[in-house]
Design a protein around this ligand. Sequence first.
Ligand code: HEM
Length: 419
Amino acid sequence: MDQRTDRPGGPDLLELPMPQPRECPFGPPPEMAALRERAPVTRVKCPTGLVAWLVTRYDDVREVLGDAERFSSRPGQAVHLMAHADPERPVGELEFSRMDGPDYQRFRQHMGPEVATPRRMAELRPLVQDLVDERLDALAAAGPPGDFYADFALPVTSAAIGALVGVPYADRELFHRAAAAVFSGATSRAELAEALKPLHTYLYKLVVTRRADPGDDALSRMIARGAAAPRPFTDAELVAISSTMLVTGFDTTATTMSHGLLTLLAHPAETDRLRADPSLIPSAVEEIVRFLGGGPGIVRQATRDTEIGGHPVAEGDYIVAAIQTADRDPGAFPEPDRLDVGRRPNKHLGFGYGTHQCFGQQTARLELTVTLETLLRRVPSLRLAVPAADVPFKTGTPVHGPAEVPVTWDAILPAGTAR
Ligand code: HEM
């Protein structure tokens, strides 16, 4: 059944995205929060024309994301926002993020050790610290003002994911261009294929090189591990995995880093708390992801007639799980609209939940933690260079956050500066 046209829902069908007034730059849109109380499972029309159930309560969103048998990832997680992502197209053999069950697990288990184990994260930490220090040294040399997003967050996160996968920083334009196409609501399918081609050609060559001459990067490690797997990964599969890591692994984190900085600057008492007690940095990172994460929601499709929060949902219906609105549910978090850098416990859904939850979340946590700790220590005078209301925000992309963060500072202290 064509969900784009069936059950139009009448003239008052709500439309996504809902307005995000300038007064609440950290979201969720007030209308969406009001729906959580009034109509927690409600029919909406998405920018691509997709008609779906918008689910806004914490328990309901967790139930949807946590039950992959009833709610499939098949349509694609951002299909409600991106013109090139037709939810009904067949799942390609390399599109693991649209797979369910064992097909999906085969990919996930193979990639996991590269981006999720505590041992790998501990190995990566000095690298991330060096990248953060180098960018701050470069900002210090250039002098204020700067754009925190373009001059710090994007270079740090691009260099980190490049180093993790095994792609030199000098070649970052390849995955930057691919990501810009993947995450733009306006890209056509033909334009997407065109934008991905140079990255895939490059990665094919890299796979061949690493098979002959392994390094210490994720690609080489996956090739080595694959040899012992019951069904070793093909070159095409390794290209798909590396390409996905590169495309999803930098702007997501850079945007959260930049949006997080804006949030902390708007909450000086919480920043002072962090400065006074750096042991709160890990909980501050979780709180920033809860506060900001998953804004536009992610899509699932019901595999059978079922219900969500007592509301009937038919087989084939699409669902938009509104993560950020769920993470502000007073039924799940005390004072949910208050930023609390010491919040514990914090079972937020900002990285998703269940089998498809963000596979780069430990990498993102590492980068956010090192950045926050280093900024507090080396740039205590960091502040906005323009009024907060003038900070521009991105539109037409599922990676929601500021497009630019003009900042200034009095001094950037040397890398070795102790707290
Ligand atoms: C703060 C930064 C980040 C946030 C808030 C974030 C959030 C998310 C969310 C909400 C999902 C959806 C999961 C679902 O469909 O259930 C997701 C999936 C994903 N993320 Fe992240 N992410 C971040 C950083 C990263 C990084 C650094 C990487 C790569 C190293 C990455 C790679 C992925 C991939 C590959 C998926 C698809 C997983 C799948 O479908 O199995 N993400 N992320």
